[in-house]
Design a protein around this ligand. Sequence first.
Ligand code: F0G
Length: 366
Amino acid sequence: AHQWRGVIREYSDRLPVKEEDRIITLGEGGTPLIHAPALSDLVQGEVYLKVEGMNPTGSFKDRGMTMAITAAVAQGAKAVVCASTGNTSASAAAYATQAGLTCAVLIPAGKIAMGKLSQAVAHGAEIIQIDGNFDGCLEVARKLAENYPVFLVNSVNPSRIEGQKTAAFEVVDFLGEAPDYHLLPVGNAGNITAYWKGYQEYSQPWTNQHTGATVEPVATRTPVMWGFQAAGAAPIVAGHPVTEPETVATAIRIGNPASWEQAEAARDTSGGVIEAVTDEQILSAHRWLSAKEGVFVEPASASGVAGLLKKHAAGEVPAGKRWVITVTGHGLKDPDWAINNPEVVSGGTDYAAPTQVPQDVATVAR
Ligand code: F0G
């Protein structure tokens, strides 16, 4: 029987890994691309969700982390470090554990979701809470890696981008062609950079690094890239860093993205946009996904869907197109928002608040 072997083995001819490298993998990638009927109806097109919460630690970070930790081992590192709003730290902690490396994570104090913190604790990471936000954590992590023998596994490490580009490969492999549009959340801007790299590589001839053979392009085109930042943390939209980013979508609470220029290049080369969505729009999309599509995500992960809904309301979504939206992380990472979602609390559309009754069949049946 065949099972998915993780992104390095599945895409070995397109990733910078050597034959002799010890591959650190938890079987990441191969995530479902599912048809979203309610969104498709709304926009009169074909909408698919790339459900990255199905990765081993519950987010897309695992695609990059298999590469980064494999690279750390190849270079003889003993310890890795990252700054994180939660998901990167959960992923780094898990992959470092398999590799037998020490893992230190720098997180903004009080601003990461409990599910993610639990993962870092469970995998035995050295957890350092910093008085400050993600941007400050990343600054410290970079300096640590420059001055001490620790290997940086944030997406400023190119191996992370290499691993994450495989998500674009999977989309094309499944659909048989690139979609018309690809939508996703933007935080530190590594993922939009990675998708764009993947789509570009798949639309050009490729030289197999092992055999030297030239491979024909897999796709005939690249999609238009639409990225969405949270309105309170939207530096690329504003055109300048945001010193005090704030949003309920803590995963993308970032004021000075490391891959800023690459994100702008993806936007401009693809003829796309990077826009802001409000917390209200994010939570409304979060609710849409769970109530109408059966997909449970963490708030930040709903930003791409929030973007589609916003653009549709503005009459900027053409009919008859094929859309792929990445939903980046699992709902169980930050489950409170299912219950504390304002739409739910206000008794919105189709939500039944939990009721408590005596242990009695007749009462329960009612
Ligand atoms: N969605 C989720 C669930 C994330 O965790 C992140 C980033 C993003 C979207 C944005 O992706 O940074 O590549 O633009 N989380 C990082 C972390 C910052 O530390 O876990 P990006």
